[in-house]
Design a binder for this molecule. Sequence first.
Ligand code: SAH
Ligand code: SF4
Ligand code: F3S
Length: 458
Amino acid sequence: MTLRDQQINSQMEAVRGLYDGSSYYIETHGCQMNEHDSHKIATLLEEMGFQWAPEEEADFVLLNTCSVRHSAEDKVIGHIGRLKHEKEQRPHLKVGVCGCMMQRDESRNYVLSTFPHVDLVFGTNNIFELPRLLLEMGEKKRAVSITDEYHTFDDQLMIGDRNSVREYVNIMYGCNNFCTYCIVPYTRGRETSRPVGDILEEVKLLGERGVKEIVLLGQNVNSYGKNLQEVVSFPELLRQVHEVPGIERIQFLTSHPKDISRELIDSYGDLPKLASYLHLPVQSGSNDVLKRMNRHYTREQYLEIVAQVRRARPDIALSTDIIVGFPGETEEDFQDTLDLVREVRYDSAFTFLYSRRSGTKADTMEDQIDQDVKNERFQRLLEVVYAIQKEKNEALFGTTQQVLFESVSKKDATRMTGRTSGYKLVHAPYDETALGKIVPVRIEGGNTFSLEGTVLHG
Ligand code: SAH
Ligand code: SF4
Ligand code: F3S
């Protein structure tokens, strides 16, 4: 992999001269893509001499934003407003805004025109330009850079230090699906796959550095490789990643049901390092609603995929995303969703109130649902989801699970936390020999959201 070019290296040196000893704080909204981007940005900043600090003390505060729901955007706008007052107290404070909101003309223009105290704005495809932008910002100008197209340099830049045991690796960017409720195709642009060679090189490097689990990231990993010169399928990519020494567990996000292949399902039988976990967003249990969402599968097809996956890997944990209150959703449609949840029995589900996003097709649909109805359905759905989640966790009491311990508990240094192969959160007494490794754990208890256990020795 070609690393940084000469120009970026010298810019980074210059930034170091300008900001050495400065501190930074990043607030991240949204999905794993943004989390991963924030991690890239933090790595770059630290290489340029910045040190992490809590927000109240940081010299540079960056908000990495999400547009997926109105509430996510509102939070950011409120936060930018608060930073104006903070800057009055601490005039040297620099404020940056990046991420998906900045990719949308409407939101970006609002921020640029309403908040003169914002010093830096960049988009999801401009991380590699950060050194140059910081220099510009240092000259007291407002620095802005947005592009629609993805540049592979962003990932090449990222080969700095990564020292956790579980790491994200981008395999593709953007989305071509245009689900009618969703803003992501408008923020992250068209689907582009990253070449296999680049991905493998990154995974190898992570393996050498002691990373045990990798999470392959894309909005729709099942359509990986379609735009590459030499077409490579996602299951083929998985097989190649499976060979990389050091990597013991592989997870991926997100898998769109419409593109899931027989080959991918078979991978659960063939590839032991593949985590026993599949996030398979269903969005709704009603065929009518699915159709209007432009999801391209029926409830029956979805249930068939679930059955096949469970045949290939009987202990697989399943999670999903569900939207409540999509335009025109009737009580009957909603009942279909509840029934589907009861039938699949998800290990966990991410539930969302439908949020109108301007520019999407669903925003122009008639029969928008009243907020009260949405809230009431949401509560009913949560009750069903949580009850099953609790039962699923209780079914693991007394079993032995392979747990990757990632960190010491934030609240209690005598405890550590990790994840099972099914991505369930496990707390256990701190054990130096187990931290950073996959070890057998006896599950002794737990609740709806996490499990308790002890590490087994010998
Ligand atoms: N690419 C992924 C997820 C992208 S966004 C996928 O297709 O599964 C994550 C989740 O946010 C979606 O699965 C959906 O459930 C939810 N979401 C997206 N747009 C939304 C909207 N306008 N209102 C409410 N939830 C939404
Ligand atoms: Fe949004 Fe659909 Fe693309 Fe997922 S697949 S990012 S929900 S448009
Ligand atoms: Fe993710 Fe939100 Fe962007 S969900 S892709 S951060 S709009």
